[in-house]
Design a protein around this ligand. Structure first.
Ligand code: FES
Length: 107
């Protein structure tokens, strides 16, 4: 199992155990993590699963493709550590991954 910690906009941390191979988005949905949403089912088309990744994890993530980069480019709230959590497949190397969720209303 892989531990993933989600920190919401109020600073509340929630850590879940997830199977390798699932996405950070799906692990969040499976565990009812607030502020993790999906309107497109995880095909990188809705931006609802946007998270900020703790910087030390960035180089261990699935590389960003053009579709994700393009959609992120449309968001005013994009930061250098922005990713769509549906595009982040969990592996054993990501055990301990920490992401910050966003208030969907504020996006
Ligand atoms: S779930 Fe739609 S972009 Fe990630």
């Amino acid at each position: 199992m892989v531990k993933v910690t989600y920190i919401d906009t109020k600073g509340v941390e929630r850590t879940v155990d997830a199977e390798p191979g699932v996405s950070v988005m799906q692990a969040g949905l499976d565990n009812n993590i607030p502020q993790i949403e999906s309107d497109c089912g995880g095909v990188c088309a809705c931006a609802a699963c946007h998270v900020y990744v703790e910087p030390q994890w960035l180089d261990r993530l699935t590389p960003m493709n053009k579709t994700e980069n393009g959609l992120l480019g449309l968001l005013d709230v994009r930061k250098p550590n922005s990713r769509f959590s549906c595009q982040l497949k969990l592996t054993e190397a990501l055990d301990g991954l920490t992401v910050h969720t966003l208030d969907p209303v504020a996006e």
